[in-house]
Design a protein around this ligand. Structure first.
Ligand code: ATP
Ligand code: MG
Length: 398
């Protein structure tokens, strides 16, 4: 019996669709795979045709590596495999070892050749190896509902054999799509919206507006905890913490209660844009979902959008609360989001905001505000926190 040589095999999907940019996408993917496994090494990574192999021969915790890889954006699936020479005998030997102690009534062999000059076709391999497994185990072949699927991937230099494959998140590798700035409240929606952009290959920089000292310092703690959680998907994050209480206080002096929420949001967009320009991000992201609350009616979203000079992405616009909640639970942000909190937009806001602000009303109430000075007021008090994963210590800067 040959010694087993473990490896992780990463398959990607969309990355392989990009023709001209493919080397760039693969570089991002490779760097992220290395980063995600930085503390569960050693892994030696190699790009092969259509897949990436991580040599785990000296790695004491292959499952930990697999679990990390399965959370790297751009990854379609990950398998813990064994590497063997591309001879049928070597394949049988490792399959025999893989089957030991396993109970199954049906199975299938899924053989693939990554190069067509291999002397056996995949059909012939399926048949040859299938016969071997039938003799060994007594189980029957079932192509459609097999209890056990044995994958055999034949590459020019060697063959990978594995039984379980776990799905990855799909999407694109973080960094491949550029940087966006996400407005992150302490709520359920905005972390999910940010994650959707991460999954599309964006590096997300976060902005949180808080109302200290007018409200207790709870929301900042939630924002930090949320960013920490989301950093597990993008390895390095920046969080801008913007003092918004003073801006709100000035708005309260001249803007009637029912119009305030939209005016607050417009100020948030303007400040977030200024920060986005600082970090070279060409777009913003919010967690708005059409009609969910008064500030998210079609009319009010239009008012909020009017002040933006860059695209504002709203990945949740067409989703409902149940879908968003389920996704937040999967991400582990839900538990943080539902902790009780005093939202900055409840400060100085009446219970019944206007659901349909017109352009005229909005311009009218804002006429009394010195908008550039209020933007500057927010920016000048902004502090920055940095996060990284796997290392978890946040770093603070003024
Ligand atoms: P969420 O669950 O994300 O808080 P929500 O349903 O409570 O969303 P709103 O309170 O209307 O909706 O906020 C809409 C969007 O505005 C949020 O998704 C977020 O992107 C942004 N936003 C709201 N409050 C803040 C804040 N304090 N800091 C940063 N962004 C905010
Ligand atoms: Mg909210």
């Amino acid at each position: 019996m040959a010694r087993l040589r473990p490896a992780a095999i990463v398959h990607y999907h969309e990355v392989s669709l990009k023709r001209g940019n493919r080397p760039l996408f693969l570089r991002h993917l490779q760097r992220n795979l290395e980063q995600a496994t930085a503390d569960v090494g050693p892994v030696r990574l190699r790009q092969l045709s259509g897949r990436i192999m991580l040599d785990l021969e000296r790695n004491p915790t292959p499952e930990a590596v697999r679990d990390r890889l399965a959370r790297v954006c751009g990854v379609a699936s990950v398998a813990l495999a064994y590497r063997v020479p591309s001879t049928v005998d070597a394949m049988k030997d490792v399959i025999g070892q893989l089957l030991e102690g396993r109970q199954f009534r049906s199975f299938r062999i899924s053989a693939r050749r990554a190069f067509k000059t291999y002397p056996l076709t995949s059909v012939e391999l399926n048949r040859e190896l299938g016969t071997f497994v039938v003799e060994r185990s007594g189980a029957r072949v079932d192509l459609h509902h097999a209890e056990l699927e044995i994958h055999v991937e034949v590459l020019p230099a060697e063959t990978f054999v594995y039984v379980n494959r776990v799905p990855g998140p799909g999407g694109l590798p973080v960094g491949a799509s550029g940087t966006v700035v996400a407005l992150l409240s302490g709520g359920i929606d905005s972390p999910v919206a940010a994650w959707r952009m991460i999954k599309r290959g964006c590096r997300v920089v976060f902005v949180h507006f808080h109302s200290v000292p007018y409200l207790p310092d709870i929301s900042q703690g939630k924002a930090r905890a949320l960013v920490e959680r989301l950093t597990e998907w993008q390895y390095a994050s920046r969080l801008f913490l913007v003092p918004f209480g003073e801006v709100q206080r000035e708005i309260v002096l001249s803007v009637p209660g029912p119009a305030r929420v939209v005016v607050y949001r417009r100020m948030m967009i303007r400040i977030a844009e200024a920060l986005a320009r600082q970090v070279g991000a060409p777009a913003l992201v919010t967690g708005e979902s059409l009609g969910q609350v008064a500030s998210q009616t079609l009319a009010n979203i239009a008012r909020i959008d009017e002040v933006a000079t860059m695209p504002v992405f709203r990945p949740l616009i067409g989703t409902d609360k149940l879908e968003i909640t389920a996704e937040a639970q999967r991400l582990g942000t839900f538990e943080i989001s539902i902790e009780p909190d005093a939202d900055c937009c409840t400060l100085f806001t009446p219970k019944h905001p206007l659901t349909r602000m017109s352009e005229e009303t909005t311009r009218g109430v804002e006429a009394a505000l010195d908008v550039p000075r209020l933007v500057e007021l927010g920016i000048s008090g902004t502090t920055l926190a940095s996060f990284s994963f796997p290392t978890k210590e946040p770093v603070e800067a003024a």
